[in-house]
Design a protein around this ligand. Structure first.
Ligand SMILES: Nc1ncnc2c1ncn2[C@@H]1O[C@H](COP(=O)(O)OP(=O)(O)OP(=O)(O)O)[C@@H](O)[C@H]1O
Length: 834
């Protein structure tokens, strides 16, 4: 720091360092002469002499400024008092030692120019020491004048040396003075410089402090900036990440947008089409409204057509049966022909094999004949040779003749055999040609028959397809009419007479129900005959469908599969079974393992359709719950807890969505899972023996399946509900002979069913107040009866006279229900906004 500070002050460092560099001009001169200047002070004589000889060049320099020997006197005149004093004392000392010189008057030397020390030294070659130490010795008796004379040059030399030394002293003193003055000046200057330097130092210190403070602040600011920079960098990295994510998002969004745009275009197209179709529908609705009657007529015509088609179907089925018979007989014939062809083929193959054998035999014979011929020729030649030789014996000749004869006989036999074989071969060939021709004819016949069968099968399939299409059209029209009417659909199902009814004499197993066999009411009407006093009375009814006792579970489900399907399309669907105890409600809704009912079949259909719709981008989420209303209490049938005494309450929201609190809801994804749930629920359901049914349901059971569908490609969402309800049977307490718990159950059942009746009456009569809250059952069914759901009631009826009056009640109730108008069913679909 000092060094730094020193270096900043001009001239100071240079002087202190004694380098004699620029800025130190004032200090250079005295330093150059310092050795000379210091020498005279305090030195003894000997030293003085040494220094004078050493200082000779310096002395020369000193005299250079003065001028050799000329100005000496004047210089002595200007000598300061001190110098003069010292010169005087030297002179005195010299004169004391050289007292004899005083014998010569000064005047003797005065006017003569005195020789300088340099001249003497040059002339004599003596050094100052030589001069100072010179001793004169005189022989005894030397005259004083001689001695004085001898002393004179010595005195001159000493004087010259004294002057020289005085000059040097003077000069050095002068230099010292100058040096001192200069030193003072330099000191002053240095002090001034130091003062200024101190001031500057202070200023610099101040500035330095400020700078330090500023620096400190700057460092802090820098640190803060550094921190912020790190933060910013981190933020930048994060932003970069976000940017990438956002870019990705953007790309995805762009893709989505493109897709959405495409979908929008498609939707716009669809909307246009839908608008057009809505317009058409509107027109169609108008037309439908206007031509409702004509539709009815159409329906009648359709029914007639259906009947016609049914007849055609029957005919076709008959024809098909006939054709089947023909086909079977043709097939039998065909198989016979085939057998024959096979036999012929076998025969042909056998004869071919025989032919080959015969050919081989023939070849053998030919070879034998050739050999025989060769032998005969040989024999002939031998004979000729013998004859030629003339000397052969007659015996040999004879033997040879015999051989020839034998051979000729053999040849003849073989030729005979060959010709017979040839005949056989020709016959076999003929037979093969005939069998080939026959096989060809049969093949042509078979092909013709096949073509006939195929055309007959195609005709049959076409007829079946037409019958099926006609059926579909009929169902669709029926559904449209139902939706337009907004009525609760009623399907009446009559169960068969049970074996116990038929066999047990205590039962009146006579049929009390009739079904029309033709006309408008075919499949829709039925009549019940009830005792009326001494006679009977017949009551006719018509419903949306009437199923006679022979109708299978499959037929039943076929009729309502479209309704089930609409739950997948986003509708609320409610199907419930109503009827007297033992009339077949549980059988219809649940069925058994061999004959599954509506609930298992509906589940099967929903899952199958869900799977089919998956290929169009649909994903379904299904949840099931099951409850029973027993003695006006709701019980959770899927709860795993044995003693589940929770109080469950029904609630409906503004959208008509019904919820029951604390109810177990299970995600289901396959029909087997539902089957398991049903089995579990059935174990829990309140069932008991009654006089009218061994396994009588003592509660109303409600199976609910919520279906949430999402089309991932169009983002359309649907939300459907399927309620499948098996009501407890209405019964006449008196007749059922119920007591105790059974009586209590029966009363609760009848009370809730009568509340259902009241609600139906109020709806049918379009009353302002509908008493839904009068029972748990009616409150639970409120959205199905008074809302916008598609509702179907199975009216289960027992067939025999024994239950005729009960059946009449049920049928009357069914008619009332059929007359009830509910809101037009609404689809719960959420279509993404354009
Ligand atoms: N269509 C049918 N075909 C054959 N059997 C039937 C049919 N309908 C009902 N059954 C039989 O009749 C009996 C009574 O039927 P089910 O238990 O279904 O009557 P329910 O109306 O449910 O009676 P409850 O109200 O007492 O529960 C059962 O044994 C059942 O198998």
């Amino acid at each position: 720091m000092d060094g730094r500070r020193a270096s900043r002050i001009p001239g100071i460092g240079a002087g202190a360092a004694g380098n004699g560099t620029a800025g130190g001009t004032a200090g250079v001169k005295p330093l150059e002469n310092s050795r000379v200047a210091n020498v005279p002070a305090g030195l003894d004589r000997k030293r003085k002499a040494e220094s004078s000889s050493d200082a000779a060049p310096d002395a020369k320099r000193a005299t250079f400024s003065v001028g050799p020997g000329i100005s000496r006197p004047s210089r002595s005149n200007t000598t300061t008092g001190a110098a003069a004093g010292r010169a005087t004392s030297l002179q005195q000392a010299t004169s004391a030692r050289t007292a004899p010189s005083q014998l010569h008057p000064v005047s003797e030397l005065g006017p003569v120019a005195e020789e300088t020390w340099e001249d003497i030294r040059e002339r004599t070659g003596q050094s100052a020491d030589d001069v100072l130490n010179k001793k004169l010795s005189f022989p005894k008796g030397t005259k004083p004048e001689r001695k004085v004379e001898a002393f004179v040059p010595m005195v001159k030399e000493l004087k010259a040396l004294g002057r020289h030394l005085s000059h040097i002293c003077e000069r050095q003193e002068l230099d010292i003075e100058q040096w001192k003055a200069h030193s003072t000046q330099v000191t002053r200057q240095a002090e001034e410089n130091e003062r200024q330097w101190n001031i500057k130092q202070e200023e610099v210190d101040k500035q330095l402090k400020q700078i330090n403070e500023l620096l400190e602040l700057q460092v802090q600011a820098n640190n803060a900036l550094q921190d912020r920079l790190i933060e910013k960098e981190a933020a930048c990295v994060a932003k970069e990440g976000e940017n990438v994510a956002v870019r990705l998002e953007l790309t995805r969004a762009n893709e989505d947008l493109a897709r959405a745009n495409k979908s929008i275009d498609e939707l716009t197209e669809k909307i246009k089409v839908m608008e057009q179709s809505a317009k058409d529908d509107h027109r169609y609705m108008g037309t439908l409204q206007t031509y409702n009657t004509s539709l009815q007529a159409d329906l009648t015509a359709e029914k007639a057509r259906r009947d016609e088609l049914q007849r055609t179907k029957d005919d076709l089925q008959g024809h098909a049966a006939e054709l089947g018979g023909r086909v079977r007989s043709l097939e039998q014939q065909l198989s016979l022909e085939r057998d024959q062809v096979t036999k012929l083929r076998e025969e042909r193959e056998t004869s071919a094999r025989d032919l080959a054998v015969m050919r081989a035999d023939l070849e053998d014979m030919r070879l034998q004949r050739e050999r025989a011929k060769t032998d005969a020729t040989q024999a002939k030649e031998d004979l000729e040779r013998v004859r030629a030789a003339g000397g052969k014996s007659l015996e040999t000749l004879e033997a040879l003749s015999n051989d020839k004869a034998t051979m000729e006989t053999q040849l003849a036999m073989q030729q005979k055999l060959i010709s017979s074989m040839r005949e056989e071969l020709a016959a076999a060939k003929e037979g093969r040609a005939m069998s080939d021709a026959l096989a060809e004819t049969r093949g042509t016949q078979i092909t013709e028959l096949k073509v006939q069968i195929e055309s007959l099968q195609a005709a049959l399939a076409d007829s079946e397809r037409r019958v099926y299409e006609g059926e579909l059209i009929r169902r669709k029209l029926h559904n449209i009419i139902q939706d337009l009417k907004g009525n609760i659909r009623v399907y009446c199902r009559v169960r068969p007479v049970s074996t116990s009814e038929a066999s047990d004499a205590s039962h009146d197993s006579e049929m009390a129900l009739d079904f029309p066999t033709a006309g408008d009411l075919l499949g829709r009407g039925l009549s019940v005959t009830v005792p009326f006093g001494q006679s009977t009375q017949k009551h006719n009814f018509a419903f949306d469908r009437v199923f006679s006792p022979g109708t299978t579970q499959e037929n039943i489900f076929d009729e309502l599969s479209e309704l089930v399907q609409s739950a997948l399309d986003g509708h609320k669907v409610c199907i419930f079974a109503y009827g007297q105890t033992g009339s077949g409600k549980t059988f219809t809704m649940l069925g058994n393992r061999e004959q599954p009912g509506v609930i298992p079949r509906a589940m099967q259909q929903i899952f199958q359709s869900g799977q089919k719709l998956a290929s169009q981008g649909w994903q379904f989420n299904m949840q099931a719950s099951m409850l029973e209303i027993y003695n006006e209490d709701i019980r959770d049938l899927l709860s795993r807890r044995k003693d589940d005494n929770k109080k469950h309450q029904v609630a409906h929201d503004a959208n008509g969505v019904t919820t029951v609190n604390d109810l177990t809801v299970v995600d289901v994804n396959k029909p087997e899972a539902v089957e398991q749930l049903l089995a579990q629920a059935m174990e829990k359901r309140s069932v008991g023996f009654t006089a009218l049914n061994e396994q009588s349901s003592r509660s109303h059971m409600v199976f609910t399946m919520r279906i949430e569908g999402h089309n991932t490609s169009t983002d359309v969402k649907v939300s459907g509900v399927l309620n499948l309800i098996d009501l407890a049977g209405s019964e006449r307490v008196k007749e059922s002979g119920a007591t105790g718990q059974r009586l209590k159950e029966a009363q609760a059942i009848n009370k809730s069913l009568s509340a259902l009746g009241d609600v139906i009456m109020a709806l049918a009569n379009k009353q302002e107040h509908v008493p839904f809250r009068n029972s748990k059952l009616t409150y639970l069914l409120q959205p199905c009866l008074g809302g916008d759901s598609k509702t179907l009631m199975f009216l289960n009826v027992a067939p025999t006279r024994e239950f005729a009056s009960e059946s009449l009640c049920s049928l009357r109730f069914g008619s009332k229900v059929n007359a009830c108008e509910i809101n037009v069913p609404k689809k719960n679909v959420v279509v993404p906004r354009a």
